[in-house]
Ligand binder design. Structure first.
Ligand SMILES: C[S@@+](CC[C@H](N)C(=O)[O-])C[C@H]1O[C@@H](n2cnc3c(N)ncnc32)[C@H](O)[C@@H]1O
Length: 245
C-alpha cells in the first residue's frame, strides 16, 4: 500500500499560521536576549527563551502535519473503508484526499467540490488540483466542481462515499456546518459512508449525524501525525454510515 503523499504539490493549510508561530518565536528569542544582556533578568530570559523555542517546535509540527502527516493518516482512513465507486470530496482543495481516494479505489469516479479559498490552503485553485490529478494518472476519474458544500449541486443519493478533510470547520456558523452535514447526508446513498477528519466541532457533527439516524458512528483522535502545533490542536476522525432501510 502506498503510505505517502501522492505526486504533486498540495500547498500548506492555513499558510499564515506556521509563519505566525515563527514570527512569535523570533520575537520571544529577541526578548530573551534583551532580558539576558540589557535588562539583567536571566530568570525571565530563560522562561521567555524556552517559550520562543517551543514556538519553533510547534511550527515544525504544523509543517510536518500539513506536508506529510495528514497524507499518512488519510491513507489509513481510506484503507479501513470498504471500496466505493462514487466518491465526493467536500472542500477538496488541491486534491489530496480526492486523489488518494482515486488511488485507493481504482474503480471509483471521484468528484471534488470547493470554493478554492487561498486563506484555507496556499495556491488553492482548480488548476492546481487538476495538475496534481494528472501527475497521479487519475485525472480521467476526477471531476472538479466550484461550489459551496452547504448547497451541493448533486442529486440525492448520488455517492457511496463522502469525505471532508479539514474543511467543514472553515464554515463559521453552526447553522452553516449543520447544512454541510445535512448535504453530505442527502447525497449519500443508503449503505454509503461519510468520513470526516477535522480539527474542531466534530462532536457537533457527530450529534447531527446521530439526529439524522446515522449508523456505525465512530469518533477517534488520529494522533500526533495530525497535531497542528501540539496536542492542544489535535485532529479527530468521524465515521458514519447511512442505513440501508
Ligand atoms: C484546510 S483546506 C483542506 C483542503 C483539502 N481537503 C485537504 O485536506 O488538503 C479547507 C478547504 O475547504 C474549502 N472550503 C471552505 N469552506 C467551503 C465551503 N463552504 N464549500 C466548499 N469548500 C469550502 C477551502 O476552500 C479549502 O480548500
Amino acid at each position: 500500500m502506498n503510505r505517502g503523499r501522492p505526486l504533486g504539490d498540495y500547498g500548506v493549510d492555513a499558510p499564515w499560521v506556521p509563519w505566525m508561530m515563527v514570527g512569535f518565536g523570533v520575537i520571544y528569542l529577541v526578548l530573551s536576549g534583551c532580558a539576558f544582556w540589557l535588562w539583567d533578568s536571566p530568570g525571565f530570559g530563560v522562561v521567555i527563551g524556552v517559550i520562543g523555542l517551543l514556538m519553533f517546535v510547534s511550527a515544525w509540527l504544523y509543517w510536518h502535519t500539513t506536508r506529510r502527516g495528514k497524507f499518512a493518516v488519510w491513507r489509513e482512513v481510506l484503507a479501513e473503508t470498504p471500496a466505493a465507486t462514487r466518491v465526493l470530496d467536500m472542500g477538496c482543495g488541491r486534491g489530496a484526499v480526492s486523489i488518494m481516494a482515486a488511488q485507493q479505489y481504482p474503480q471509483a469516479a471521484v468528484t471534488g467540490i470547493d470554493l478554492w479559498r487561498s486563506v484555507d490552503q496556499s495556491g488553492n485553485t482548480p488548476d492546481a488540483a487538476e495538475r496534481n490529478a494528472q501527475l497521479n494518472d487519475v485525472a480521467d476519474r476526477l471531476s472538479l466542481l466550484t461550489g459551496d458544500m452547504t448547497q451541493l449541486p448533486c442529486a440525492d443519493g448520488s455517492f457511496d462515499l463522502v469525505t471532508a478533510s479539514l474543511s467543514i470547520h472553515n464554515i463559521h456558523t453552526a447553522d452553516g456546518r449543520e447544512k454541510a452535514i445535512d448535504e453530505a447526508w442527502r447525497v449519500l446513498s443508503p449503505g454509503g459512508r461519510l468520513l470526516i477528519v477535522d480539527i474542531s466541532k466534530t462532536r457537533e457533527y457527530e450529534q447531527r449525524l446521530r439526529d439524522l439516524g446515522a449508523a456505525d458512528v465512530r469518533r477517534r483522535p488520529v494522533g500526533w501525525r495530525m497535531w497542528w502545533s501540539g496536542p492542544w490542536m489535535a485532529t479527530t476522525e468521524l465515521r458514519a454510515m447511512k442505513p440501508i432501510a
